[in-house]
Design a protein around this ligand. Structure first.
Ligand code: GLU
Length: 468
């Protein structure tokens, strides 16, 4: 039989945030689909009507967009497919693969106790009763699971995992109100969407056994399973609030670039030798699901920062300027159209040291100061008579400087220090405060270059003028 073209999917439940584990699962599905020339789909598992608000669904779309993992077809909404799920349950009833279970709540409770006492799973007496004996009362529809043998989940990450059928109860497919249960909905949706590879968190490994039974009962081809280990915190414990960010949106607001996230997340549980930094194209070419390791992956902030720094250094200045402007503006500092070119020329001067876009915002905020800058307290001590006089002389020299760029200004400052017979340390800190106030700034030549000649001289002049 010819291999079916690969179809993968991410199937998040809208909870109001998109967990980083979901992002990683989405990425692996996306990579595998791209690697095989297949299709990557998105299904919104919105059957919990209370949580699945429009805003919660939007969070998922937003997260996927931000990560750059767009699905190849419009999303499927699970809740809208309840009729189709019921149809599949009816088909199973007709094929004898499922039955109506009329146990009352009391009967079920009694059976639960007996089953517990006998060390077995719950079995309904209605399994083997012909439908024309049916009483007129509410029922659930249950899968008629095999009583013996085992169910194999041949998992691409976990290896072969076998489940004893006697330990799997007849799982409910439709509740008394006719609503489909989770496992039925997932199987029917995955089948109808043509999903060939189910790649998801290993918290669903047990469901894979139950879902396998549903596939078989319906006579459908069972997909390839790949259950990914969870992401743990740096200390090896399950990722939780105390480890810092968990939601995709938090990584965004902490100033991580989506391409850095993709690169970093790809390495959580998968890798290509020791390659730390690789492009999407490389990852697509190299990725194979069988290379995913089964041990939990640990979030490593230092590595993430390192990778983010790499992509910040590579990014287009235009784009960084937009992103950093947005951060300044969210902090109440609008970047005017006059300030924008200043920001554009400052970013290349400071980005090497930036781990995140927030760092980049912090290290460029000095250009947005308005004259006269408010100087921090230590300015009084730093700006002694002697230093003021020295900075005035420097100011004159800078006013005459023609080439205004980092290397020319470095030479200029060094030459000035020499001519004064002092080290740069004698006036550097004071100069920096005159130029940047309390804000952090790049080295002196960088700060001067960023501000430009007029603004630099203006700021120096303000700081050296006697207080009004
Ligand atoms: N909706 C499930 C979750 O968010 C995913 C189910 C699946 O991938 O099969 O955990």
């Amino acid at each position: 039989m010819p291999e079916r073209p690969v179809v993968t999917r991410i199937a998040p439940s809208p909870t109001g945030s998109m967990h980083i584990g979901t992002a990683r699962t989405a990425l692996f599905n996306w990579l595998y689909a791209r690697h095989t020339g297949g299709t990557f789909l998105l299904r919104v598992e919105d059957t919990d009507r209370e949580r699945s608000t429009e805003a919660a669904v939007e969070v998922i779309f937003e997260g996927m967009r931000w990560l750059g993992l767009e699905p190849d077809a419009p999303p499927v909404f699970q809740a809208a497919r309840a009729n189709r799920h019921r149809e599949a349950a009816d088909e199973l009833l007709a094929r004898g693969g499922a039955y109506r279970d009329y146990m009352t709540a009391e009967e079920l409770e009694a059976e639960r106790e007996t089953a517990r006492a006998e060390g077995r799973v719950v079995r309904s007496p209605w399994r083997d009763i012909a439908p024309n004996d049916a009483p007129d009362r509410p029922f659930v529809v249950r899968l008629k699971s095999p009583l013996s043998g085992d169910t194999l989940v041949a998992d691409k990450v976990k290896g072969d995992v076998r489940f004893q059928n006697k330990d799997l109860d007849d799982l409910i497919l439709l509740r008394t109100d006719g609503s489909p249960t989770y496992n039925l909905a997932v199987v029917v949706d995955d089948h109808d969407m043509g999903v060939t590879h189910v790649i998801r968190g290993d918290d669903h490994l047990n469901n894979a056994a139950r879902q396998t039974l549903i596939y078989k009962a319906l006579g459908w081809e069972v997909p390839v399973w790949a259950h990914l280990p969870l992401i743990h915190g740096p200390d090896g414990a399950k990722l939780s609030k105390r480890h810092g960010a968990q939601a995709v949106s938090e990584f965004d607001s902490m100033g991580y670039l989506p391409e850095a996230m993709r690169n970093y997340l790809a390495r959580l549980g998968w890798g290509h030798g020791d390659d730390e930094i690789f492009s999407d194209d490389d990852a697509v070419a190299w990725f194979d699901i069988v290379d995913v390791v089964s041990a939990p992956a640990r979030l490593d902030w230092a590595k993430l920062n390192h990778i983010n720094n790499h992509y910040i250094r590579q990014a287009q200045i235009e784009r960084l300027t937009d992103l950093v402007s947005a951060i300044h503006s969210s902090r109440g500092l609008e970047v005017s159209s006059e300030a924008r070119p200043v920001l554009e020329r400052t970013i290349p001067l400071v980005r090497d040291g930036a781990k995140t876009l927030l760092d980049l915002a912090d290290s460029t905020v000095f250009i947005l100061g308005r004259r006269p800058l408010e100087l921090p307290e230590k300015a009084a001590t730093l700006l002694s008579e002697e230093t003021r006089a020295r900075l005035s002389r420097l100011s004159e020299r800078l006013a005459a400087t023609e080439a205004w760029d980092v290397s020319a200004l470095e030479l200029e400052i060094r030459a000035f220090a020499e001519s004064e017979g002092v080290g740069i340390g004698k006036f550097g800190p004071a100069l920096r405060i005159c130029l940047a106030g309390a804000a952090s700034a790049p080295d002196l030549a960088g700060a001067l270059t960023a501000l430009g000649q007029d603004e630099s001289l203006g700021r120096l002049h303000d700081a050296l003028s006697p207080a009004a």
